[in-house]
Design a protein around this ligand. Structure first.
Ligand SMILES: [Zn+2]
Ligand SMILES: [Zn+2]
Length: 314
């Protein structure tokens, strides 16, 4: 199976191709025993016949840019949604090859709390004296969009992206993309907290309701979580809870800790699968335990731990 090629037939029928370019959180993990799940930080893309949406600009966005170079795809407007400004979500952005193509049209979206524009906020971090140039100086045509909880934007081909506030230090946004009845939720970085059914939990559930794919931020196990309370992330088991509650059709656990080795991730992935199979609580319309087999986790399966290079058609 071709790993990154466009499935043009499915896309012509209104499908979306979701590709995982960066699956790590906090910082890149370029170590041999992490390469199975990938070493790049957050970046997911969704492409369809008329459009391309990118979620976050971690180091994974560089591989997407290289792919676009190979395909010569600079004629399609690129809509990049940044969840928040923590470094693991933006470090690749300034080096994204599209930034240096005059013909590229890039729309940049991001949170703008307290009346400060997203452009001002981003340039404070990605610009002198921390980097020699800022996004405002690159050759590409960049259009800036301020985002806040409840905002939505129309994209080419009838696609729609909606934003919801994340629960994360310094704030941020979660995004939901919808196109021709298919949908994905990009849920980096967000701490649901231990009190399930909290007001925020209910809001998240409504935001993610009936999505085809829930990309869930969960670098911890339940046992580890108490040491990291307040850091702004959730744990794996909460991904299962939420996917069941919001009736997501697929659950992908993302934002793996940089120090989590492949073996540990593989083991956790198997445990999570077995728990899903044993749990009758994954509700009607959503994931059903019988639809998934242990050891057969893969893109297109029902629940899996994000691996760099994974892709699927929604
Ligand atoms: Zn992060
Ligand atoms: Zn963060």
């Amino acid at each position: 199976m071709e790993k990154h090629g466009r499935e043009s037939e499915s896309l012509e029928k209104g499908g979306m191709k979701v590709e995982l370019w960066g699956t790590r959180g906090s910082c890149p993990a370029p170590f041999p025993n992490r390469m199975g799940y990938g070493g790049n930080t957050s970046c997911i893309s969704a492409s369809w016949e008329e459009g391309l949406a990118v979620f976050d600009g971690g180091t994974g966005i560089l591989a997407l840019g290289q792919q676009m170079e190979r395909e010569g795809r600079w004629d399609v407007p690129i809509h990049i949604f940044i969840g928040h400004l923590h470094l693991d979500h933006i470090t690749g952005l300034i080096l994204f090859p599209g930034m240096f193509r005059k013909e590229a049209r890039i729309h940049l979206y991001g949170p703008s709390p307290d009346g400060e524009s997203f452009q001002t906020r981003l340039n404070k971090v990605l610009g002198p004296p921390y980097w020699p140039v800022s996004v405002s100086q690159v050759p590409a045509r960049v259009v800036w969009h301020d985002g806040a909880d409840g905002d939505s934007w129309e994209l080419p081909g009838g696609a729609l992206v909606r934003a919801m506030a994340s629960n994360h230090p310094n704030g941020g946004l979660l995004y939901r993309l919808e196109k021709d009845g298919r949908s994905m939720v990009y849920g980096m970085d967000c701490e649901l907290g231990e009190e399930n059914r909290s007001e925020y939990w209910e809001r998240y559930k409504d935001f993610a309701r009936d999505c085809d794919l829930l990309l869930f931020d969960a670098p911890y196990t339940r046992e580890e979580y108490p040491c990291f309370r307040g850091f702004g992330h959730s744990f794996w088991e909460q991904g299962l809870e939420m996917a069941g509650a919001c009736r997501a059709r697929r659950l992908c656990i993302c934002h793996h800790n940089w120090d989590r080795e492949d073996e540990a991730l593989k083991k956790a992935e198997m445990e999570l699968t077995q728990r899903l199979e044993g749990a009758g609580r994954i509700g009607p319309g959503g994931m059903k335990p019988g639809e998934m087999k242990s050891g057969e986790l893969k893109p297109g399966g029902k629940v899996w731990f994000a691996k760099e290079g994974d892709w699927m058609i929604l």
